[in-house]
Design a binder for this molecule. Structure first.
Ligand code: FAD
Length: 276
């Protein structure tokens, strides 16, 4: 099958990209790395009137520290961030990025594109929720910033409107006394996760668990003070996806309970300065 016909534009500025989306009257689609959008077009699951390619917006091609955050512009590829020296300041990025598909895919797919796509089993939306990242959205009324908790509305549904571009994501830098954990299970290397978890803990402070692949969006809970038994029970209850041929709901429940116990322990150990 081939994509339905569409107009293609490649604006040079963010303002022009927004103007193109406004001109498309809600029928436009942003094209970033194309790793999800191109198959969607080819299968005619979407039929935009205009594809707005943002690859020439050099103003969004940056990774930089701003205060207590690592800010990643919309042009940054997943593989670029994986190899970027500043990524070490957000340890969960280092832990999770290699799990996204295959290297070739990460060489094209963008960090913001994955967050904008909001696949319930994707790694970067889960990281954004676990760290309570902020998302900078540009639209016809200027820029606004929303938290990850406000951003993800459901499976492939976000706070990005049809005339908006996700301009950047702001991940908080790790603070002294914080530790992290990340794990997922997929049937084959490079597949989307059946289920996964991202965790963070602060020495003597809060512990947070985000599970993904278990619901229509990443699910985050404060698990401070919970022992393994309580944690496993809580994690099991986060799973509300129906089973599929790759894994039943019960299998996913057992999976996410085991991963949660292990990765919360890892984050707590790291927060206390112990081995990862
Ligand atoms: C075989 C295969 C395996 C994969 N495995 C995984 C995996 O294990 N984990 C994982 O997380 N992903 C996986 N992916 C998806 C991949 O990571 C994509 O790169 C990612 O989901 C989308 O990023 P992109 O830059 O390619 O966005 P695109 O494909 O260009 O866009 C995706 C969607 O987001 C919108 N969009 C993109 N950027 C913006 C923006 N800046 N502002 C507003 N809207 C925007 C587009 O309009 C479109 O609707 C896989 C893909 C394939 C083909």
């Amino acid at each position: 099958m081939k994509a339905a016909p569409f107009a293609y534009v490649r604006p040079a500025t963010l303002d022009d990209a927004v103007a193109e989306l406004v001109r498309s009257r809600g029928e436009g689609k942003v094209l970033a790395g194309g790793q999800s959008l191109v198959p969607i077009l080819a299968m005619r699951l979407a039929r935009p009137s205009t594809v707005v390619d943002i690859s020439a917006l050099s103003e969004l091609d940056y990774v930089r520290r701003e205060g207590d955050a690592l800010v990643i512009g919309a042009l940054v590829r997943q593989r670029t961030l994986e190899q970027h020296p500043l990524a070490a300041a957000v340890p969960l990025l280092r832990l999770a990025l290699p799990w996204i598909g295959h290297r070739e895919l990460r060489s094209r797919g963008t960090v913001c594109g994955s967050i904008a796509h909001a696949d319930p089993a994707a790694e970067l939306p889960a990281l954004a929720c676990c760290l309570n990242a902020e998302l900078e959205i540009a639209g016809r009324r200027g820029r606004r910033t929303v938290t990850a908790a406000e951003f993800f509305l459901g499976a492939m549904a976000t706070a990005i409107g049809p005339e908006d571009v996700l301009a950047a994501v702001r991940f908080p830098l790790a603070q002294p006394g914080e530790g992290f954990g990340f794990a997922e299970i997929a049937r084959r290397h490079g597949d989307f996760a059946l289920a996964g978890v991202a965790t963070r803990a602060r020495a003597g402070g809060e512990t947070v668990l985000t599970a993904f692949g278990v619901s229509d969006r990443p699910v985050t809970r404060d698990v401070t003070g919970l022992d393994d038994e309580a944690l496993a029970a809580l994690a099991r209850d986060l799973v509300d996806t129906a089973g599929d041929p790759h894994g039943s709901r019960e299998y996913r429940r057992r999976l996410v309970a085991a991963l949660a116990v292990r990765e919360v322990a890892r984050a707590r150990r790291a927060a206390e300065g112990g081995p990862a």
